[in-house]
Design a protein around this ligand. Structure first.
Ligand code: T1G
Length: 686
C-alpha cells in the first residue's frame, strides 16, 4: 500500500514516499504528500523539510495507469503548488531517477541535492503528452529557455552531474545522500523559501528548435506541442503559463497518439511475461558464438557490450580475421556513439577459435552460420557432442524450422531459436523461438539473455518467418500486387512513409538487397510453396543487376544522390512487367491494403499461437520493422480503427482477389462481435 512517511530529526522533517516499484505518484501518494506538507507547515519543531523516495529511486513520475480515467484529486500540479507555497524551506534529496512528475515535484521544492549518477528527465513526449505539472514553466526558469526546450522536446534524461552544471539541481551529494541532505537542510534553517515560480521569466525564442523538432519527429504532435507550452513561459505570468500548460496537456491526453505510446510503454514490459512461463533462467556468463559473419559478429558484439565472456568459433583463420575486423569496427563505432567508454573498449574482444571444442564450457552456444538446414543440423550435432550438459543450444536462423534443427541433437529440450535482427548489436528486437520440446527454463534463459543485452524479447512459435518475417511477407505481397496492378513503387513508399514508417517497402528492399528477395522467391518455388502473383518486376530489376544500395541502383538510383532518387528506368521496367491495364491507387487505398494485409496475417499468427497475444505482435513490429511507435503497433492501431472497418476493407479486396484476401477467422469473429484484439491481451496477462 503506498505510504508517505513523516519523521523529524534535529528540527528537520524527513518526508519519504514509499510506493514500490517506482514511487509512481498515484492518487494515494499525492494525497499523502499534501497531508505531509500540511503537517510540516503546522509542525513548530520542524524548520526545514527534506523530501526523499524509498527504494531504488526518488519518484518515477505520474501513475501512467491513471491516464484515460477520470482525474482524482488532489492533482499533481496542486500538490506541487502546495509544496512550493510552503512557508519553510523544502529540499528534495534525489537518487536513482526523478522522471516526469517526479522531477516536477523536485522543481516545486526550493532546493535540490542529488546522488551522483542520478537520472533526471521529463520523458512525457515519449508517452504522447507533455510535462503537465509545471515542468514547462519551472524548468526554463531554472536552466534557460533553450536548454529546457531541448530537454523537454527530446524527453531524454540527463545525469545529476550535468544537472548541477545547468542549475537544475543545486548540489551533488558526496557519500550518503540522507546525511548530505540533512547537512544541507541544516544550512537552510531560517532561510526564506526560494520559489522557482518567482525566478525571472525566461527570454528567447524556440522557433528554430520547434522547426528542427518537427522535422525530426514527423507525424508526432507531442514534441512540438510541448515546445509551445515552454514558449508560453516567455510571454505569460507564471499562473497563466501553468494554465496554458494544463490546456495543452489535456489536449494531448485525449489523442490517439497518447493511447498508442502508452500501449507501447506497457507492451515493452508485458512481452516478458509470457503466459504460462514461470521457470527460472539458467545462468549465463560465457557465450559461445558459431559463425563470424555479419550476424555472428554482431551477436558477439552485443554480448561483449553487455559484459559477457564470449568465444567465437569460425572454420579457419580467414574467417576469424573477418570476424575480428567486424567486431572491432562495431566496438569502435560504439565508442564514437558514446555507447562504450574508451577505457572499457581497450582489450575488449572475444576469444577466437577454429575448433568447436572451445565451446565446451560455454553456458550457451548461439549458431549463426549459413542459412541451410544441412549445415545447421551438422553444427548442432557437433554442439551436442562438445557442449557441457545444461548448456543452451540456440540458432539464429531467420526462417528455418527450429524443430528440425533440435532433433539433430540428443537434447532437443535445450534447443531454442534466438532470432536476432541485423545489426544484432543495435536492433532491440529478439524473437525467442520455442519448439515443441524447448524446456521452459531454456525459454526463460532466452528472455534473461535479451534483458542482459538490453533487448526486447518476444516469444514466437515455429513457422516460416516466425512472427515478424511471416507478417512482413504478407504486407510485402500486398505491396507487390499493387505494383502489378498499376501503383508506382515510389507512390507506395511515399504513402507508407506518410503513415509513419521511416522507409517504404521498396526503400527497404534496396537496403536489404534485391537478391535476398529473389532468392526467397526461388526457394519458395523450389519448395513448391504457393507463389501467388509473382513480383515479376522485382525479378526484372534483379536480372538487370539492380540489387539496391550495394550496386548503386535498385528501385532507386543512388549514384547521384545517396538518399536515392526515383528512376524512370525503373518505372519502364515495372510497366513492362505488367500484364493487365495499369490502375492508379491513391495513398489512402495503398495504405488500407498494406495495413489490412499486415493485420490480417497478424490475426492468423495470434490464432495459431505463433504469437501468444496481439501485444506480442505489436512489440515485434514496433522494435523490428519500424512501425510508428505513436500508433502502438498494428494490433493496437487496428483496434483504434475499429476491426469492422478493417474487415470491410478485406471483404472488398477479396471480391477482386479471393485467393489472397481471405479474412482471418479471428479478425472476422472479433469484428462481428464488436470485440478488439486488446481483449486477448488482457485475458493472458490478467
Ligand atoms: N506509472 C505506473 N507504472 C509504472 C510507471 C509509471 N510512471 N513506471 C514504471 N511503471 C511500472 C512498469 O510498468 C513495471 O510494471 C514496473 O513499474 C517496473 O517498471 C504529470 C503526466 C522508472 C526508469 O515516463 O521509465 O509524469 O511490468 O520495468 O526498468 O508531467 O519504469 O512490473 O507490472 O520499467 O527499473 C513520466 C516511466 C510519467 C517514467 C524504472 N514517467 N518509467 O525502470 O522498471 S508521465 C515516466 C520508467 C508524467 C507528469 C506526467 C521506468 C523507470 P510491471 P520497469 P525499471
Amino acid at each position: 500500500m503506498p505510504e508517505v512517511h513523516y519523521e523529524t530529526q534535529d528540527g528537520i522533517a524527513v518526508i519519504t514516499v514509499e510506493n514500490p516499484p517506482v514511487n509512481a505518484l498515484g492518487q494515494a501518494v499525492r494525497a499523502g504528500l499534501a497531508e505531509a506538507f500540511d503537517r510540516f507547515a503546522a509542525d513548530g519543531a520542524a524548520q526545514v523539510a527534506v523530501l526523499m523516495g524509498a527504494g531504488r529511486l526518488f519518484l518515477g513520475g505520474a501513475d501512467i495507469t491513471e491516464f484515460g480515467k477520470a482525474p482524482l484529486a488532489p492533482s499533481l500540479p496542486d500538490v506541487i503548488a502546495g509544496i512550493e507555497a510552503s512557508p519553510k524551506p523544502v529540499l528534495a534529496a534525489i537518487h536513482g531517477a526523478a522522471l516526469g512528475g517526479g522531477l516536477e515535484v523536485a522543481l516545486g521544492c526550493h532546493w535540490r541535492i542529488a546522488a551522483p549518477g542520478t537520472r533526471l528527465g521529463l520523458p512525457e513526449v515519449s508517452l504522447g503528452i507533455l510535462p503537465g505539472a509545471g515542468g514547462t514553466q519551472r524548468t526554463p526558469r531554472l536552466i534557460g529557455l533553450e536548454a529546457a526546450g531541448r530537454m523537454i522536446a527530446s524527453g531524454k534524461p540527463i545525469r545529476a552531474e550535468e544537472a548541477v552544471e545547468s542549475g537544475l539541481i543545486d548540489r551533488l551529494a558526496g557519500g550518503d545522500l540522507r546525511a548530505a541532505a540533512l547537512a544541507f537542510a541544516a544550512e537552510l534553517k531560517g532561510e526564506a523559501p526560494r520559489r522557482t515560480r518567482d525566478l525571472p521569466a525566461p527570454q528567447g525564442d524556440l522557433s528554430d528548435l520547434r522547426a528542427a523538432t518537427a522535422a525530426k519527429t514527423p507525424g508526432q504532435i507531442a514534441p512540438v506541442t510541448a515546445l509551445d507550452a515552454v514558449m508560453a513561459s516567455t510571454r505569460l505570468p507564471f499562473d497563466d503559463g501553468i494554465a496554458e500548460e494544463r490546456r495543452l496537456f489535456r489536449h494531448l491526453l485525449d489523442t490517439p497518439q497518447r493511447a498508442g505510446l502508452i500501449h507501447a510503454f506497457f507492451t515493452d514490459r508485458a512481452v516478458a511475461k509470457v503466459p504460462g512461463l514461470d521457470a527460472a533462467p539458467r545462468a549465463i556468463d560465457h557465450v559461445g558464438v558459431v559463425g563470424g559473419g555479419t550476424m555472428g559478429a554482431g551477436i558477439a558484439t552485443a554480448c561483449l557490450l553487455a559484459g559477457l565472456r564470449v568465444t567465437l568459433v569460425e572454420r579457419n583463420a580467414e574467417g576469424l580475421d573477418r570476424a575480428r575486423a567486424t567486431i572491432d569496427g562495431n566496438l569502435d563505432t560504439a565508442v564514437q556513439r558514446g555507447k562504450l567508454t574508451a577505457d572499457k573498449r581497450a582489450g575488449l574482444a572475444p576469444a577466437f577459435a577454429t575448433e568447436m571444442d572451445a565451446l565446451a564450457e560455454a553456458d550457451i552456444a548461439i549458431e549463426a552460420v549459413f542459412e541451410a538446414m544441412d549445415v545447421k543440423r551438422e553444427v548442432f550435432a557437433t554442439l551436442d557432442r562438445v557442449c557441457k550438459p545444461g548448456a543452451v543450444l540456440a540458432t539464429n536462423t531467420s526462417y528455418l524450422d527450429v524443430n528440425e534443427i533440435a532433433v539433430a541433437t540428443d537434447r532437443p529440450a535445450d534447443v531454442v531459436g534466438l532470432h536476432f535482427f541485423s545489426p544484432a548489436h543495435v536492433m532491440k528486437l529478439l524473437e525467442v523461438v520455442v519448439t515443441d520440446a524447448t524446456a521452459p527454463d531454456v525459454t526463460a534463459t532466452g528472455f534473461a539473455l535479451a534483458k542482459r543485452l538490453g533487448k526486447i524479447a518476444v516469444r514466437a512459435g515455429v513457422c516460416d518467418g516466425f512472427i515478424g518475417n511471416r507478417i512482413l511477407s504478407a504486407y510485402r505481397a500486398a505491396a507487390d500486387r499493387m505494383v502489378l496492378d498499376g501503383a508506382s513503387p515510389y507512390a507506395i513508399d511515399a504513402a507508407i512513409r506518410d503513415f509513419g514508417f521511416p522507409m517504404g517497402p521498396y526503400q527497404v528492399s534496396d537496403l536489404a538487397g534485391l537478391d535476398i528477395g529473389f532468392m526467397t522467391r526461388e526457394r519458395l518455388k523450389a519448395e513448391g510453396a504457393p507463389q501467388g502473383r509473382r513480383a515479376t518486376f522485382a525479378d526484372a530489376l534483379y536480372h538487370a543487376g539492380r540489387l539496391g544500395r550495394k550496386t548503386g541502383k535498385g528501385y532507386y538510383n543512388y549514384t547521384a544522390d545517396k538518399r536515392g532518387a526515383e528512376d524512370p528506368e525503373v518505372e519502364r521496367i515495372v510497366a513492362e512487367s505488367r500484364t493487365g491495364p495499369a490502375r492508379a491507387l491513391d495513398a489512402d487505398e495503398i495504405t488500407r491494403r498494406y495495413m489490412a494485409a499486415m493485420v490480417n496475417e497478424a490475426a492468423r499468427v495470434v490464432a495459431e499461437g505463433i504469437a501468444a497475444r496481439p501485444l506480442d505482435v505489436d512489440a515485434v513490429l514496433l522494435h523490428g520493422y519500424g512501425f510508428p511507435r505513436w500508433k502502438g503497433g498494428p494490433m493496437h492501431w487496428a483496434d483504434a480503427q475499429g476491426l469492422d472497418t478493417i474487415l470491410a476493407d478485406i471483404e472488398r479486396f477479396a471480391a477482386e482477389e479471393p485467393d489472397f484476401w481471405q479474412p482471418a477467422p479471428l479478425l472476422r469473429d472479433l469484428a462481428r462481435e464488436g470485440g478488439a484484439f486488446a481483449d486477448l491481451n488482457r485475458k493472458d496477462t490478467a
